[in-house]
Design a protein around this ligand. Structure first.
Ligand SMILES: Cc1cc2nc3c(=O)[nH]c(=O)nc-3n(C[C@H](O)[C@H](O)[C@H](O)COP(=O)(O)OP(=O)(O)OC[C@H]3O[C@@H](n4cnc5c(N)ncnc54)[C@H](O)[C@@H]3O)c2cc1C
Length: 365
């Protein structure tokens, strides 16, 4: 059981989702002996990072995210070049919302920031009381991104063990991480466990106010939309490819236990998607051809958590990505790496501090 021959790693990263994979990649790239532990056999679709695509956009309501985006684009490009794979595809972004609605208006201002005002609504949209925004510098990243991040980590000399759930962490220096497969020692730890972060951190005296909800994505039946559709994602001037199945996601599903997320009572969320498609995207078939569930881990203010454990400074936490963390993963990974190496982070992590949640730190049981 005990991995007596295991070296003392420079770093252990828990969770091989997009954030943990990038944190591990940066650590390994900087020459640190790094072990990445994942509870499920890879690849898996039980966390937050799977799926065919994620939106990348430079327009952000909060400036602290907008400031990180130029570097994030550069790091995505560097990853593409290293892997010889295309991950990013420029598509444009269509945002629909009710005029005057708070979030929509915030979006409108953010979209206007980089490149002039948003497009005017079409008569059809106006009739449905929706406004339309076209974002600049938007695109999608394939879910291959997660795999490629891990591949680059391995190429940089990192060690990956999947199918090994972390059961306990003993703080200290070195600290000890126990899984069903062994006990591993390291000088520092990065916890990037997505929806399972709370469960892992509570025994370390940290109660993070994270709420896990189920999100559902549906693909319209029949592949391509049946006619010219306001919901179609495509390159300007080209019809959508026949294999294109438009995706519609519900970002505010019901709370779920991450280990029980596929229970049938999550399904009412799907009817919300159906009625949205029926009402606002009538050229799409409302019955899903494919349903995929995904987990959101939300903080109360929807800002990330990127910080050191208040009591154990060699434990760094990256959690609460609140449905918008994928696009920034290359920078988030870099910040987690810098925090864990005790360096001044490249961007202010003030908005991401644990201290903004009073009562998060309690005596360990
Ligand atoms: C439907 C949907 C659409 C989204 N769309 C966008 C978008 O368009 N643009 C965008 O930027 N973001 C988007 N997001 C958000 C983005 O996908 C997430 O912020 C991101 O994937 C979070 O990654 P993560 O690494 O924190 O979590 P995860 O991917 O869940 O990774 C955590 C990993 O930790 C592992 N783990 C947990 N506990 C343990 C343990 N004890 N031992 C070992 N391993 C453990 C888990 O198995 C998991 O693999 C979306 C999210 C969803 C759900």
């Amino acid at each position: 059981m005990a991995a007596a021959d295991e070296p003392c790693y420079d770093a252990i990263v828990i969770g091989a989702g997009i954030q943990g994979s990038f944190a591990a990649y940066h650590l390994a790239e900087r020459g640190r002996a790094t072990l990445l532990l994942e509870q499920f056999p890879l690849p898996h679709s039980r966390g937050s990072s799977h799926g065919q695509s994620r939106i990348i956009r430079s327009a952000h309501v909060q400036q602290h995210y907008a400031r990180m985006m130029p570097e994030s684009y550069r790091l995505w490009q560097r990853l593409e070049a290293r892997a010889g794979t295309r991950l990013y595809r420029q598509t444009g972004l269509l945002v629909l919302g009710a005029p005057g609605e708070r979030r929509f208006e915030q979006w409108r201002r953010a979209a206007a920031r980089p490149r002039g005002p948003p497009a005017a609504p079409s008569p059809q949209m106006a009739a449905r009381k929706l406004l339309v925004l076209f974002g600049s510098q938007t695109g999608t990243a394939q879910d291959a991104a997660e795999r490629i991040g891990r591949e680059q980590f391995l190429r940089s000399g990192g060690v990956l063990r999947d199918g090994e759930k972390v059961l306990a962490v003993e703080p200290g220096c070195p600290l000890v991480v126990s899984t069903a497969g062994g006990r591993y020692r390291a000088r520092r730890l990065v916890v990037a466990a997505g929806a399972w972060s709370r469960e892992l951190l509570e025994p370390l005296g940290l109660w993070l106010p994270l709420q896990v909800t189920g999100g559902w994505g549906q693909g319209g039946a029949g592949g391509a939309p049946s006619g010219p559709s306001p919901g179609a994602l495509g390159e300007p001037g080209r019809p959508p490819p026949t294999s294109c199945t438009p995706q519609v996601c519900y970002h505010h599903g019901s709370p779920v236990d991450p280990d029980q997320r596929d229970l049938p009572d999550s399904r009412p969320d799907v009817s919300v998607l159906r009625s949205f498609v029926r009402r606002f995207l009538p050229a799409l078939e409302p019955e899903p051809a494919l349903l995929e569930s995904c987990l959101y881990t939300n903080t109360p203010d929807e800002d990330f958590i990127l910080d050191r454990h208040p009591k154990h400074s060699n434990i760094v936490i990256g959690a609460g990505f609140s449905g918008h963390g994928f696009k920034l993963a290359p920078v988030v990974g870099k910040l987690l790496c810098e925090l864990s190496l005790g360096e001044e982070p490249s961007y202010s992590t003030e908005p991401f501090r644990i201290g903004r949640f009073p009562g998060a730190l309690r005596a360990a049981l």
